[in-house]
Design a protein around this ligand. Structure first.
Ligand code: LLP
Length: 467
């Protein structure tokens, strides 16, 4: 039996293709505060993007604080409280963002020693931190246990012993979840689907190894099993995948808490079902974000009903959205450097617009064929629409930000192009390929702006090197 359930792809609506559409600021793709002034300039949280570009240079990330906080609140409300929503910090992490997440009452997920270190440096309460990773080393686990994190998510049998030993050495009992692959294949890019069988994360439900891992945790001194975890994938639009994963995990849950296989074990601490993140957002105007209220309502009632049908108490449901919190809160501002018409093989013409960033600040198009859109920030466009590719400045032909879009032909060197929905997995996956140093992240709020992360300089790079 193929334990992976393949979900259908949701068809996307056709992309907008008129000049009027190009000049519009689509509210579901941009931060909520974005709009145009009467003279046609793009404004975010009361800041003209032209002023931001003058002050901070380009390329630069601009993050709308109120938008970020509003998304935290919306998710907390949908899932019945901030402590149920664990912001997946891999999407975007800084001490400032930790402070926002803390102030909004959310919990935090970290997936590396570095992420944990940043969270702790920000003073984020460890009792609201969950620790992930398929290869947590001794130092990372020790730091987590010593800090007193709430949960460590167990990803392999080796880790059961490793975490238990460290907890015992530290004189603690560490609360853990067991990561389970429920065999639901999310219909997203293969690299970001994480719940089918043949990938590195978690224990298989179908083969019984997840159950064995739970039993092993229950019988290991130094560990206290609090529940199960799964994450079906990222940028998922098909809500059924989450529900199906929850159903499958509840089968194992019921077997554990009903004492069928756990006669001598104390199962009273089991109270958490963590269903991961992955809620899809709109990157282009034709897409629509997953409705988190709908997903939350469906999941919570499903878990309650299913648990009742097994005759067991329903667990609390934790979730771990990253992209749905920070993705739409930030944009990237680039300045156009060159414009060139290129004859393609079938002798049509494609316009290439080069901007002062590229795959070093947004690897997602190259890595996942991710689609983005852009808008002119310094004025309204007036030209005819032509087939255009927006490319970066790297010494690589795959350095493409927008592969194929109809864009006005009056866009010229000096214009400012803004790509929306770059808050998640862009800065965090940035490199300094070609020694193009990382852009700054600027916070905008109430007509003010400030630097969250400054622009990296060549001096920063040289300082790392012994010469
Ligand atoms: N929880 C776990 C265990 C995860 O592995 C992830 C993402 C999340 C939560 C958050 O997923 P989100 O809500 O942000 O979709 N670099 C890729 C995404 C990889 C995500 C890996 N895990 C991208 O740029 O799309």
């Amino acid at each position: 039996m193929d334990p992976n359930v393949h979900l259908p792809q949701v068809p996307l609506r056709k992309r907008t293709e008129t000049l009027e559409d190009f000049n519009k600021i689509p509210a579901h793709v941009f931060p909520a505060s974005a709009g145009r002034t009467e003279d046609g300039e793009l404004v975010i949280a009361g800041n003209r993007v032209t002023h931001l570009a003058d002050q901070y240079g380009t390329a630069t990330f601009v993050m709308d604080e109120a938008d970020f906080r509003a998304r935290c609140r919306r998710l907390a409300e949908a899932f019945g409280g901030g402590e149920r929503v664990h912001y997946a910090s891999k999407a975007f992490l800084s001490r400032t963002v930790c402070r926002w997440v803390d102030e909004e009452g959310l919990a935090l997920d970290v997936a590396s020693h570095g992420e944990l270190a940043v969270a702790l440096a920000a003073g984020f309460p460890p009792e609201r931190i969950t620790v992930h990773g398929n290869n947590k080393n001794h130092e990372f686990i020790t730091a987590a246990v010593q800090a007193g994190v709430e949960l460590v998510v167990i990803d392999s049998l080796i880790e059961i012993d490793r975490v238990a030993e460290i907890a015992r050495q530290e004189g603690r009992v560490q609360d853990v979840l067991v990561r389970v692959k429920p065999g639901v294949h999310a219909d997203t890019h293969e690299f970001i689907a994480t719940s089918h069988e043949d990938q590195k994360f978690g224990f298989s439900l179908a083969s019984g190894s997840a159950e064995n891992a739970c039993l092993s945790c229950l019988s290991t001194d130094g560990l206290r099993l609090r529940g199960l975890h799964c994450h079906v994938g990222s940028q998922v639009f098909e809500a059924d995948g989450f529900a199906l994963a929850a159903d499958r995990l509840l089968g194992l849950w019921a077997r554990l808490v009903s004492g069928e296989k756990t006669v001598d074990a104390d199962v009273t601490a089991l109270d958490v079902l963590d269903l991961g993140g992955g809620y899809g957002i709109a990157y282009t105007p034709d897409q629509e974000a997953l409705d988190v209220e709908e997903v939350a309502g469906d999941l919570l009632s499903r878990v309650a009903t299913k648990a009742a049908s097994y005759g067991v108490n329903a667990p609390v449901v934790n979730v771990e959205p990253g992209r749905a919190v920070v993705g739409p809160s930030a944009v990237t501002v680039y300045r156009v450097g060159t414009v060139k018409d290129v004859h393609t093989a079938d002798d049509t013409v494609r316009r290439y617009i080069s901007v002062d960033g590229g795959m070093s600040d947004n690897i997602r198009p190259a890595l996942y064929q991710a689609e983005y859109d852009c808008r002119l920030a310094n004025r309204l466009a007036t030209g005819d629409l032509v087939s255009t590719r927006v490319v970066g400045s790297h010494c690589e032909s795959g350095d493409i930000l927008i592969n194929d879009a109809l864009m006005p032909d009056d866009i010229a060197p000096g214009d400012l192009l803004v790509i929306p929905a770059t808050g998640a997995y862009c800065y965090m996956m940035a490199s300094r390929y070609n020694m193009m140093t990382r852009p700054p992240v600027i916070v905008v709020a109430d007509g003010e702006s400030r630097v969250m992360i400054r622009r990296e300089t060549v001096e920063d790079v040289l300082a790392l090197e012994n010469f």
